[in-house]
Design a binder for this molecule. Structure first.
Ligand code: PLP
Length: 218
């Protein structure tokens, strides 16, 4: 039962770390099982799937968009999304800002950094992030708020490598907090999945995105 696996995972996560149950490809019934066990934060990586689930499921669920987001799809989630994890361009942020304004809200976002060795994974480099944050266009965005950063480690059994990638993400966070984001809500480091969330927590994660360890394999 997913509920039992959820209980086991919860026991291993300290209270300052938010558990996001990654429910992509899972049915509404499977989601409700752990909703009924008290889970309220869920993560999806596809816009259409997230919209369908939002419409069908209880409205007090906090929906996290954790995957790559195309600009032309922002409008479908702007009204309800709780946190967008994978910001990798100013163009995307500008579109989120525009759609958030239409709904008279501020949408919390995380900057995604490229920390893995693989070049298939999305995300900003340090210099790309700096260029974006230094631009006037960025400073004029009043309907988005950067609450932290997100990253994905290389898919490997080499735990030393995974650990060092998590360390570099934590280092980016600390540097950004000093140089750019002094507001208290800049407090989120979204790192760690089923295979590596414990390591991620050791390295400073405040938000873990766990799918298969809760719901079983996809
Ligand atoms: C699917 C996914 C996860 C969860 O992966 P599991 O290995 O099933 O825990 C976490 N983060 C992102 C961005 C994902 O796409």
């Amino acid at each position: 039962m997913s509920k039992d696996r959820l209980d086991v995972i919860r026991k291993t996560i300290p209270p300052h770390v938010e558990l996001i149950a990654v429910s992509k490809t899972k049915s509404n019934a499977e989601i409700l099982e752990i909703y009924n066990a008290g889970q309220r934060h869920f993560g999806e990586n596809k816009v259409q799937e997230m919209v369908d689930k939002y419409e069908a499921l209880p409205k007090d669920i906090h929906w996290h968009l954790i995957g790559h987001l195309q600009t032309n799809k922002v409008k479908y989630i702007a009204e309800f999304v709780h946190l967008i994890h994978a910001i990798d361009s100013l163009k995307l942020l500008a579109e989120i800002n525009k759609q958030a304004q239409k709904h008279e809200r501020v949408i919390p976002c995380l900057l995604q950094f490229h920390i893995a060795k693989e070049d298939t994974k999305f995300g900003l480099s340090w210099s790309e992030a700096k260029e974006m944050l230094d631009s006037e266009d960025f400073k004029n965005l009043k309907h988005i708020r950067i609450d932290g950063i997100m990253g994905m480690a290389t898919f490997t059994n080499d735990l030393d490598q995974v650990r060092s990638e998590f360390k570099s993400l934590k280092n980016y966070f600390d540097r950004l907090k000093t140089a750019y984001f002094t507001h208290p809500s800049f407090n989120t480091i979204s790192m760690g999945m089923s295979g590596d969330y414990q390591l991620a927590i050791e390295e400073g994660s405040t938000m873990v995105r766990v799918g298969s360890s809760i719901f079983g394999n996809r």
